[in-house]
Ligand binder design. Structure first.
Ligand code: HSE
Length: 465
């Protein structure tokens, strides 16, 4: 008898095919996440097998550094794994059903993913950059070939946000998503606030602790977060992935002074990835930038390298997902979840699987991504001004002429570090919601005033209520 039950009690147990060979997986690129995947697969193999219906075994690993790869495989204590230097040997192996791509980047990873799909392999990847930029091409190729591409690990590491958006919230019309989806920058912002340190000092600490990469550009410039929010936006709204339409601003220009003033006003500054439906313009907002968030919101209290994502759906209301967005085992948790899904579904009719981007490929909309000038937010402004009669009135007049309403004003002795003349004072203005294009015009006029002594700091604010 081929199929037998390990427990006669449940139908699920009866479906466990105890004699089936494990599904065979090839891993391209072994490092932190690859090692974590080996360890979690080994540690939880019984549970995973009971859930998937059969075993899952990584039987081939390809890495340019074969000695290091072999050492990592040995360290995980798994036997029978073939280590090779050529990734194409994995793709060419007919025994391999699933290829895990953990190389990263848009270069060789893209070629290998496309070749694996062409060879009829299912693919699991943590590569957010690749999917945000080339996702449409990759998913189209996978659909044509009838294979699955799993990418839970590409967004917010261990948080099952792709599953939540694509399946758990499938009844909803998603209205908006706002997330802390880069742990490095959240760690830096938390340290700046907690310890009153400047950006450069904390960045060095983050690198020493291994939170930030040796080249942290993608993290601190907001690019990594933009890759992730681009993928979530496509799933939420049923549109193609369009990274090139995202507005991206990182945290490198943030001053400690603004974090302190924000705190005094009851806000925290977080790097948020935001995507929103804007029915008034028939478009979608897609943006990453530092954002003032009311300190009373749960998401404002997400500290250190943790991630959190708020999703608002019309039926469910607001939901919040919190957890580790990086690291060996949290990311392995997401990779293995995809392996289990593929193991369960690879024999199913491709038309009856969950669509890669939640909506059926033929049902995607070409809703346009709005220009940043069309986005509506409120603003925090800090102007370093000469402390002279009439300065405040000049500034408020300009705002009024652009139909920008003021919510609060705070004046504090300035630090003078950017002043070029006159006795400086910091003028902090919180506005109500306005169209960004109007704010840009007002900022240009205010900046041209001789009494404005330094570049005006402007940070968007979201109520998230
Ligand atoms: N570098 C990312 C972060 C993790 O800091 O959250 C991988 O995307």
């Amino acid at each position: 008898m081929k199929t037998q039950s390990v427990s006669a009690q449940t139908p699920a147990a009866q479906r466990l095919d105890v004699e089936a060979q494990p599904i065979q997986v090839g891993l391209l690129g072994i490092g932190t996440v690859g090692s974590g995947t080996f360890k979690v697969l080994a540690r939880n193999q019984q549970e995973i097998r009971r859930r998937a219906g059969r075993g899952i075994a990584i039987t081939m690993v390809a890495d340019l550094d074969t000695a290091r790869a072999q050492a990592l495989v040995d360290e995980a204590g798994i036997e029978g794994v073939q280590v090779v230097g050529d990734a194409r040997a994995v793709i060419a192996n007919p025994a391999i059903d699933i290829v895990i791509e953990l190389i990263g980047g848009y270069g060789i990873a893209r070629s290998l993913v496309m070749e694996a799909i062409a060879a009829g392999k299912h693919v699991v990847t943590a590569n957010k950059a690749l999917l945000a930029v080339h996702g449409s091409e990759i998913f189209a190729a996978a659909n044509a070939k009838g294979v699955m591409v799993g990418f839970e690990a590409a967004v917010a590491g261990g948080i099952p946000i792709i599953k939540a958006l694509r399946e758990g919230l499938t009844a909803n019309r998603i209205e908006s998503i706002a997330g802390i989806i880069n742990g490095t920058t959240n760690f830096i912002l938390s340290e700046m606030r907690d310890k009153g340190l400047d950006f450069g000092v904390v960045l060095k600490q983050a690198q020493a602790l291994g939170y930030a990469e040796a080249d942290p550009t993608f993290d601190i410039e907001g690019v990594d977060a933009a890759h992730k929010v681009t993928i979530m936006s496509a799933i939420a709204f049923g549109t193609p992935v369009q990274f090139n339409r995202a507005y991206v601003e990182g945290i490198t220009q943030l001053h400690g002074a603004d974090i302190r003033y924000a705190e005094q006003l009851g806000y925290r500054i977080k790097l948020l990835g935001i995507t929103k439906r804007r029915d008034d313009l028939g478009g979608i907002e897609l943006r990453v930038h530092p954002t003032l968030v009311p300190a009373i919101r749960l998401i404002a209290n997400v500290e250190g390298a943790m991630n959190a994502i708020m999703v608002h759906g019309d039926a469910v209301g607001t939901t919040l997902y919190y957890g580790k967005g990086a690291g060996a085992e949290p990311t392995a948790s997401a990779v293995i979840a995809d392996l289990v899904d593929i193991t369960r579904l690879h024999t199913a009719d491709p038309d009856h699987r969950v669509p890669h981007l939640a909506f059926q490929p033929g049902a995607q909309a070409d809703t346009r991504i709005l220009d940043i000038g069309e986005v509506v937010t409120s603003f925090y402004l800090r102007l370093q001004v000469a402390d002279q009669t009439g300065v405040l009135s000049e500034i408020t007049t300009i705002l009024a002429e652009h139909d920008i309403s003021i919510d609060a004003v705070l004046q504090r002795p300035g630090s003078a570090d950017h002043a070029e003349g006159g006795k400086p004072t910091d003028l902090i203005i919180m506005t109500h919601d306005t169209v960004e294009g109007r704010m840009r015009q007002a900022l240009a006029r205010m900046q041209a005033l001789p009494t404005v002594l330094a570049p005006i700091v402007n940070i968007r604010k979201e109520a998230l209520n």
